[in-house]
Every structure is written in C-alpha cells, then in structure tokens.
Ligand binder design. Structure first.
Ligand SMILES: [Fe+2]
Length: 344
C-alpha cells in the first residue's frame, strides 16, 4: 500500500496560498476519514454504575428544582470524548432522569426520538400525544420525534429512568430543536399496550380508510418481555435469548434510527456476539456478571449501563441469571445500507 504524502512535504508558500484560498489537500488527511478495513471509533467502552450515580441524582433533586431544569438529567458521557460529551456512543445519547413525587416535566416536542427504560420507582408516567403511559421498572416507553410528551409522578418515592436518544445524529445534521407547550390533556383510556396490542399477534381490526398511526404502541411492559424471554429460554435453551422490540403493525424496529433488543443470559452463561458495525449500549435490568469489551473488563450489576463502540469485540458472562436491554443503531445503518456483522 502506497504511503500517502504529508502536509510537511509541501512547500510552505504553497500551504499558505492554499489556506488563504480556503482549501486543503486531501491526501495527508485521507486515512483519518477513510481508514483501511474498518472504522477507527473515537468512542471508548463506558461503564456507569448506578450505585455511584444514584446519590448524585438525589442531590440534583435538592439542588435544582425541575422548573429550572425542564428535564433533570445527568448525561452519560462517552469516555472517548470526555466529561460533558452529549453522547455515549457515536449515535446514542444516554441520560438518567430524576423526578420527585408530585413533579411534572413540562410538555415539549423535538426532532430527535427518545426511549425511556425505567430504572427505579413506582408512579411515574409519560404522556405522549394525550396518551398516559404508566412507567414501571424495566418498561420501555417511546417518545418518537415529533410527538408531544410530558412526564409526571403520582408515587411516593423518586423515579429514575434511562433516556436513550438519537440526539447525536440530529445535532450532527444541525436538525435538532424543540418546542414547548402546556401540559397535555390525558385521554381516559388505558394505553394501547393494555388494550389494542395486549397480546402478540392481535391488532385492532382493519377498517377501510382508517388512518394508520406511525407509532401505534408506545409502551412495552417489562413483565411481558421478561416472561417471553424466560419461556423461550426454557424450550430453546441458552445461554442467550434475544428478542427485538418491534412496531406491532409493521414488524419493523420501534424507531427509524434506534433498535432495542431484550436479552436474557442464563446463570453461568457466556455469549460472544459477532463484531457488529453498530454501536451498542447495554442496560442491566436484573442480574450480575461481567463483559469484556475490546479487552476492557466491565463488572456490572442491576441498573448499571455500559457501552461498546462499533465493531467491538464483546464477551458477556452472567454470574447469575441476567436480563439486559441492548440499545443500538442497527436500524439507522440498515437504512444507509451498510449494517454488517463479522464472524470472530
Ligand atoms: Fe423530550
């Protein structure tokens, strides 16, 4: 492979004239943007222990009233980009949100899409386009881009949830913005996960000319996901069972950009997934174990979150039966026609 020329090899007067004309030679920089064989991610494996972050969330509750925060969130910054980075991987933003009993987080709508995974507490809810979605531990709640949403809390103890957004992509595209509005009126009807899509394989009867909702179901109760994993594990064996969260009307991933996969790893089980071109974040719902991500050992326990960059070498090991949700950008990469898995 030919060695490409460097900037230093070029005469100084030529370099100055190029800069004055607002141009730069590609060849000294080409390998930065087109490395050979595989991308060179900036993202580094990250691990956020809930035990360490929990007291900081409670302190945020004392220090900053929700009115002054709009969303009281501690952002999980990618170690490869450093503290304050508004992203956990190349395309995934993660934050832990804290809401006290009686508080509300005002209604807004924005271009990026968000998903909440409930970490702790009873009585929290999210209203999406007037639909009230209860938030119980482990539930997955969607607030897709362009849908009005606000949060409230009717319980007695603080609630915490993990926010996952495709925000980095929208920031990159200079397409990220929000609008604020008054709290929404809530419809007096249980959300579609409790009625219309209560059982897999059933959907509201088709009616000619009826308007189709792009996001028909916004809440995926953890109790049902867990049960499906456990039953599948019983019959198919392990060490790992994975189920993708899907749109019940189209069978596609729940959002255009982000995918969510529920995982169960049997006690003592080990899993070595292929190298995937998507980046991933893992949120532990239950259990204990460790993962090796690009040679780095991450000892995780329930409510922890950890990340893996694109094409990471990952090994998961569960010391006890474990349930995790993998957040990834496969749907986006598939739309761009380059999602890839490589055998190890
Ligand atoms: Fe939001």
């Amino acid at each position: 492979m030919a060695q490409l020329g460097t900037l230093e090899e070029l005469p100084e007067d030529y370099r100055e004239e190029m800069a004055a004309a607002g141009v730069a030679p590609l060849w000294p920089m080409m390998r930065n943007v087109l490395p050979h064989g595989a991308p060179k991610p900036v993202t580094k494996p990250g691990h956020w222990r809930y035990e360490a972050i929990r007291p900081l969330l409670h302190r945020a509750g004392e220090l900053t009233p929700v009115e002054k925060a709009e969303r009281r969130v501690l952002v999980l910054s990618d170690p490869g980009r450093g503290t304050g980075a508004m992203q956990a991987t190349s395309s995934i933003y993660l934050g832990l949100q804290f809401l006290l009993p009686g508080e509300t987080a005002p209604a807004h709508v924005h271009t990026p899409s968000a998903v909440r995974i409930i970490v702790e507490g009873e009585g929290g809810y999210t209203v999406v386009n007037g639909e009230k979605l209860p938030m119980q531990e482990g539930d997955l709640v969607l607030t897709p881009g362009g849908e009005w949403h606000d949060h409230g809390h009717e319980g007695k103890e603080p609630v915490v949830w993990l926010d996952a957004l495709d925000l980095p992509l929208f920031v990159y595209l200079e397409g990220s913005y929000a609008e604020e509005g008054p709290l929404q009126n809530q419809r007096n009807r249980p959300d579609p996960s409790q009625l219309d899509y209560r059982a897999a394989g059933l959907a509201p009867a088709r009616k000619l000319g009826a308007a189709k909702k792009r996001y028909p179901m916004a809440r995926y109760p953890w109790s049902r996901t867990r049960e499906a994993l456990v039953e599948t594990m019983k019959y198919d064996g392990g060490p790992v069972v994975e189920l993708d969260y899907i749109n019940p009307e189209t069978g596609t991933d729940v959002l255009p950009t982000m995918g969510f996969t529920a995982m169960m790893v049997a006690a003592g089980g080990e899993e070595r997934p292929p190298l995937r071109s998507c980046s991933s974040a893992f949120h532990v719902i239950e259990g204990k174990g460790h993962s090796i991500v690009n040679g780095e050992r991450i000892d995780w326990t329930a409510k922890d979150t950890f990340t893996a960059p694109v094409f990471a070498e990952i090994t998961h090991h569960a010391d006890e039966e474990a349930f995790l949700v993998r957040i990834h950008d496969r749907p986006l990469q598939e739309k761009l026609d380059y999602y890839e898995e490589r055998a190890r």
